[in-house]
Design a protein around this ligand. Structure first.
Ligand code: 4NP
Length: 156
């Protein structure tokens, strides 16, 4: 099984949405028996919480089921996951800190964005609804490319 972990700060806005979009695409492509995903936050702010209401709303607007409870990234995740995709530079740096190591499958989510390669996924928490739609669009196209990368790399 190829295991993918999406990481943001709170694990209630960006990364659970990324996980939901990824799972939907993986299912559509018939890859659910070879690829799985999870999400986590670098902070302990929202452990055990449902995704932010605005992430739930934008996800449902696109008919993407979202189902996750907040959890904090732990050192062992470095051994469990094949790929770890950090939403922004700060999460990327804190992931290396938590894992206490580099990880050969660690990337920025937008390393796979064909439009603005290597940029940060903006933190939508303190903004309005528009920010969540923008995050959705970024994730949708970046994840599509990431899955293409997985298919080529692992001959799926
Ligand atoms: P996320 O957004 O990292 O995409 O889940 C945030 C959620 C909560 C906070 C910051 C960002 N917070 O400061 O509580």
């Amino acid at each position: 099984m190829i295991k993918v972990l999406f990481v943001c700060l709170g694990n209630i806005c960006r990364s659970p949405l990324a996980e939901a979009i990824f799972n939907q695409k993986i299912k559509e492509k018939g890859l659910e028996n070879v690829v799985s995903s999870d999400s986590a936050g670098t902070s302990n702010y929202h452990i055990g919480e449902q995704p932010d209401e605005r992430s739930i709303q934008v996800s449902l607007n696109h008919n993407v089921p979202i189902n996750h409870l907040g959890r904090q990234l732990v050192r062992k995740d470095g051994e469990t996951f094949t790929y770890i995709l950090a939403m922004d530079r700060s999460n990327h740096r804190n992931t290396i800190h938590t894992l206490n190591n580099t990880h050969e499958g660690l990337f920025l989510m937008r390393d796979f964005d064909p439009d603005e390669t290597g940029a940060d996924v903006p933190d939508p928490y303190y903004g309005g609804k528009d920010g969540f739609q923008e995050v959705y669009d970024i994730l949708d196209r970046s994840i599509e490319k990431f899955i293409q990368f997985l298919k080529e790399k692992h001959d799926l």
